[in-house]
Design a protein around this ligand. Sequence first.
Ligand SMILES: [Zn+2]
Length: 129
Amino acid sequence: MWKFFAKINETTAKCKICGNELSCKGSSTSGLRRHLECVHKKKVSLNPKIDFALKRPKNSFPKDKFKILEDEAMRAIVKDGLAIGAFEKEGMKRFVSLATGYEFEGFSRRQLKRKLNRAFREKKYEPIL
Ligand SMILES: [Zn+2]
């Protein structure tokens, strides 16, 4: 973090890239991080070690496994009351990628909704009321 900024005083830091002075009250660096991300398009991780561990696998998902996973995602939505958009979120994509060893692109909310509606029509699942 601090390789991009020079601390001027307790509340101000200077960006080494554009020279802008930014406020960094207390030990909060979230404003500085936002500046790097928004203005300079730099991704700054909170903890480089964690980011390293979370490197996504490159193997693409086999079709049959993907299908099984999709069924299980729908089951989790119906049984656990998960949000239908939960599987297109970044954290979930990373989680599944790590857990399976395949690059997981996520299930889109629209796609799942369509399939769930069909599953309900075919009475694959009992609706929870
Ligand atoms: Zn800057």
